[in-house]
Design a protein around this ligand. Sequence first.
Ligand code: XMP
Length: 220
Amino acid sequence: MRIRDLRNASRVVLALDLTEPRRYWSIMDELRGLVKIVKVSWVTLLTIGPEGLSKLINYNKDVYFLMDAKLADVGFINNIIAGKLKELGINGVIVHGFVGKVNMPNVEGLDLLVLVSMTSGGELYDANFEGMISMVKEINAAGVIVGGNKPSLIRRARSYLGNDYVILSPGIGAQGVKPGCAIFHGADFEIVGRAIYESENPRDSFIKIEEESKKAECSQ
Ligand code: XMP
């Protein structure tokens, strides 16, 4: 499964940073058939462990799993970690862009998503945006992560990268960016966590946010 092929299936990446193991299973059951892409993180790995993560992936075979590892080590270590994530069934991994192209992992069949700008802080990233984004074209990357609250950077990323790369934007919902806004400015996917899993009815919230994301309108 490659993330660029999922653009028509869904515009929402569900971020699961849950600290209670059972909730991973209950939320996935609740959103079955709706959620197509799940972003897991160190919180996930530290909560359910590698075996739990592997089971969760196996139990949700039709879902794309992206590991927000925010890798930032030297290349050979990044490669080992990325390889082990692939063995667990992970489909894509997030890497910090600042480590540079020589340190990017390259694992057959594993999407590489490069963090090039953050929703909060990350000013060194934004000061070097052109350099970051040009590096993405020189490596075997599937796309980039750009904060959803930085519309001008989303636009610049899109205009530089064209449509062959995906742009994922966090900051939607709990952090104040309205669903649809990042996509309006050029993102492909909106990363949404708490606005779904902390809501009273995660299924209804998911449906509503997916609809708004697909509309890609922005009145903000
Ligand atoms: P919420 O609950 O705020 O979760 O929807 C956001 C998810 O996105 C991840 N992430 C980031 N969050 N700025 C953010 O605010 C970033 O630059 C960023 N990159 C990734 C975050 O870890 C959480 O899983």
